[in-house]
Design a protein around this ligand. Sequence first.
Ligand code: BDR
Ligand code: CA
Length: 287
Amino acid sequence: MHRLLLDCDPGLDDAVALALAMASPEFEVLAVSTVAANAPIDVVTANAEQVMDRLACPCPLFQGAAQPLTIEARHSTDLWGGDGILPLAPPGRASKRLDREGFERLAQEADVVCAIGSLTNIAGLIARGRRPRRLVIMGGALGRGNATPHAELNIWADPHAAQIVFASGIPITLVPLDITRGLIVPGEMTAALTCADTRAARLVGELLPYAGSNAQPAAIHDAAVIALLLWPGLFTPERGRISVVTEGPEEGRTHFTAAADGPHDVLTQVVRDDLFRHMQRRLCGED
Ligand code: BDR
Ligand code: CA
């Protein structure tokens, strides 16, 4: 069993990632933490609380960084419009809140910290000498970005934090935009999820029709992080070193240099149809 900490900015695809993690007995989710990226911190924390309530998630919630390390806060809603609020009813019960000390302790205890928002919270951990054992990060683009032609959103939202994280020596697997942008759930899968009777399937089936609207991404980028931990054979990694451009017109660009002795793994391919087949079965409680 992997003990996970999920550092997120829900976000529809973050919600799908949480649902997949909560539906998987391979994981114990120690905590959920939020960071501003998709939307301001109060919006993403309220979204996280609603998602956790719908999933009956028993773990605590930590509200993390509202601001990037150096630059002014910027969000996907600034780029693509909308308010970033997920279309869910207010939570029936409030999540138990974690303080910073508790967050830092659990981030070190976790076998894997899944970072699916900007990397501000993770850079903060490193600055305070609290190093996660392993990071799996959704972010970056080796080719075209989505926030700018050069930069993917999670890296663009705090490039200085991202550079600190990639230079830290912590083992990192990167799930880049190049393989996640095509992960758009087929209509028949959404229909099947809507009819299923598990919490995870119903939540995902309810949210997916909003994908592509109100600044909610259409692709389920962040769920690929959880899928990688569950079904690593569906992905092809390449070893090397990642660095981040922190200034100038290419700010937020991720550079990758292949190297057999590099500290990072970047995923370069995914078997998309198998991924969706596995995901549907897992969300529906069929395996
Ligand atoms: C990433 O940015 C956010 O919109 C998504 O939640 C995902 O983490 C994709 O670029
Ligand atoms: Ca996200």
